[in-house]
Ligand binder design. Structure first.
Ligand SMILES: *[C@@H]1O[C@H](CO)[C@@H](O)[C@H](O)[C@H]1NC(C)=O
Ligand SMILES: *[C@@H]1O[C@H](CO)[C@@H](O)[C@H](O)[C@H]1NC(C)=O
Ligand SMILES: *[C@@H]1O[C@H](CO)[C@@H](O)[C@H](O)[C@H]1NC(C)=O
Ligand SMILES: *[C@@H]1O[C@H](CO)[C@@H](O)[C@H](O)[C@H]1NC(C)=O
Ligand SMILES: *[C@@H]1O[C@H](CO)[C@@H](O)[C@H](O)[C@H]1NC(C)=O
Length: 514
């Protein structure tokens, strides 16, 4: 295949710390290096975790595992970058981003590392949540750590990684890539915005840009329920989700459980108030409450202030409102174990409002009025925009560097609203008449946050990015395997603003058109 590069090999005996004297990186002081040769390394890499790529089996791999620890003098932090330099090497450098509140170097990033080069912990270790570092004390945000996660570690990771490659193989990478989803997607677009010279290709899926806005929008359904003082059963919202599919699935010409274009789904949950259905929480027949319809409608409409003014987007119709792809309770989940339902805020979301919004570790969402919510929403969106918002549409320098970027975003994303990414891409298009010559965006039907859902996993995106970077072939429709449907199908993803269409004479043929 045209993407094959020459194989570069070096002596395994080069894999010692002495091969890698500390590089000079402005503002950085190295404190430790470890280098050890790993041989016969075999692992399964799941397409669930190795974003943009098909699953793969790595067998008997040999690589030099180099781990560097550094600090920013005066900050008292401790950042670890880990690099796996393979023997032989295909000349490509790939950095793997993080997820949730981690910068990278998690068990998930480790999976991908077997086929990539480097990942950083951004100084945050393995903590899944930010409560150990977010505040220096009540009222005082740990700006330095947030800045590490926001962007600094991304710059340093690229510089350090390329240095290690150069030392080990005596040549720079032929092509450099960044690959991430969610937090990793935010890191990708942040790199394009702030460090446009580092990567030739960036795959930035479901990017967590407008971080402050979308994180506060995560707790919006709980704010709504607290205001109503009523909490529906999860089964009620799940019932409505089924009705959404029934209402809108067929509109694309195909009844398959996947709404190809939820933008056009005109669903009114209030029409179902009083519907009788079987509730999986209580194992009884139940009638849909007005509260459930209100919560579903307001979540879908997005966060609003006390005067009804728009703050941020909600998910498209069809997204799961009560369970995330990780199997945890979702944004509009409630806890009904006591027989009476109560608020159950999404932990990843509540940390933003509590620790970074009101800066109080004792924060209690249930006591927050809608007006207070809206005030904190607006103020922290402003406060954190430049360091962590990652939403600057000016990609002039990225375009001039010749680099390419692809973003995909699942249309069933319940955590990070797809419409935020659509807004960003439209802003980029407004600013750059030629945006599609360096940045393309794909909306993915039937897929939740990064993966999950009936739509399949976008496993051919990285290959499309490489083809764009290395062969100059801009991606058009990108194939996606939809294995859940019998028989397994290959469909297409379309570059925005094109839409996916079903051939009315042959409904297993999909194509893109305006
Ligand atoms: C891999 O393992 C086999 C058998 O355990 C051994 O013979 C071989 O030398 C190993 N390869 C490397 C590169 O260490
Ligand atoms: C990997 O190593 C094992 C043990 O040495 C060997 O049985 C197997 O054939 C090797 N696989 C490949 C693809 O080289
Ligand atoms: C790579 O090195 C680091 C630091 O010594 C270690 O924690 C990690 O387990 C190593 N990974 C492998 C696969 O050897
Ligand atoms: C747009 O991009 C194409 C392909 O990169 C290039 O040929 C063309 O000159 C660009 N046009 C503008 C106005 O930048
Ligand atoms: C329908 O489309 C699929 C996918 O493009 C193709 O493989 C198949 O041959 C087509 N069937 C007919 C009857 O044209």
């Amino acid at each position: 295949m045209a993407l094959q590069l020459d194989s570069i090999t070096v002596s395994p005996s080069l894999c010692t710390a002495s091969t890698f004297p500390y590089p000079s990186v402005f503002g950085v002081e190295f404190v430790a290096i470890q280098a050890n040769l790993v041989t016969n390394y075999s692992t399964y890499v799941s397409d669930l975790y190795y974003n943009h790529n098909p699953e793969l089996w790595v067998e008997n791999a040999t690589f030099c595992n180099v781990t560097l620890t550094y600090t920013h003098p005066g900050v008292n932090d401790h950042v670890i970058v880990e690099s796996w330099l393979p023997i032989p090497w295909n000349g490509r450098f790939q950095a793997i981003g993080g997820g949730g509140w981690t910068g990278g170097r998690t068990m998930q990033a480790y999976q991908s590392l077997a086929d990539a080069t480097i990942t950083t912990d951004a100084g945050l270790g393995f903590d899944e949540f930010p409560n150990n570092w977010a505040l220096l004390s009540p009222g005082n945000v740990n700006w330095q750590y947030l800045d590490n996660l926001g962007s600094k570690s991304l710059n340093e990771q690229a510089i350090i990684g390329k240095y290690l490659v150069n030392r080990f193989y005596s040549q720079p990478p032929k092509y450099s890539y960044f690959n991430g989803c969610s937090q990793g997607g935010r890191q990708g677009v942040q790199l394009a915005q702030r460090y446009p010279e580092h990567y030739d290709g960036i795959a930035a899926a479901a990017p967590g840009m407008y971080w402050s806005q979308f994180f506060q929008a995560m707790v919006w359904p709980q704010v709504v329920m607290n205001e109503l003082g009523e909490y529906p059963y999860p089964c009620e919202l799940d019932y409505l989700q089924q009705r959404v599919i029934q209402k809108c699935d067929a509109e694309d010409g195909l009844v398959d459980g996947i709404i190809l274009d939820p933008h056009n789904c005109r669903f009114n949950p209030h029409q179902h108030v009083g519907d009788s259905f079987q509730c999986h929480n209580t194992n009884t027949t139940m009638r849909l409450s007005r509260t459930a319809a209100t919560v579903a409608q307001l979540f879908h409409d997005g966060a609003r202030d006390e005067k009804g003014r728009f703050l941020w987007y909600g998910p498209h119709w069809g997204a799961n409102l009560t369970t995330t792809i990780f199997g945890t309770p979702g944004m509009a989940a409630t806890n009904c174990t006591s027989g009476k339902c109560e608020s159950l805020p999404f932990p990843y979301g509540i940390f933003w409002t509590g620790l970074f919004g009101v800066k109080d570790p004792q924060f209690d969402l249930s006591k927050m009025t809608r007006a207070e919510y809206a005030r904190v929403f607006r103020l922290s969106a402003h406060e954190y925009a430049s360091m962590y918002g990652s939403d600057n549409p000016d990609l002039t320098l990225f375009q001039e560097s010749g680099a390419k970027m692809i973003t995909y975003h699942g249309l069933l994303d319940d955590i990070c609203p797809t419409r935020g990414t659509e807004q960003y891409y439209n802003e980029v298009r407004r600013l750059h008449s030629n945006a599609s010559s360096f940045y393309r965006y794909y909306e993915v039907p039937g897929v939740g946050h990064c993966a999950g859902g009936p739509g399949g996993i976008p496993t051919h995106v990285f290959e499309s990015l490489r083809n764009w970077v290395e062969n100059g072939k801009a991606p058009g429709p990108i194939p996606i395997d939809v294995p859940r449907l019998p028989p397994s199908q290959t469909r297409v993803l379309c570059p925005y603003p094109q839409k996916i269409r079903v051939d009315r004479r042959n409904n297993t043929r999909f194509y893109c058109s305006n």
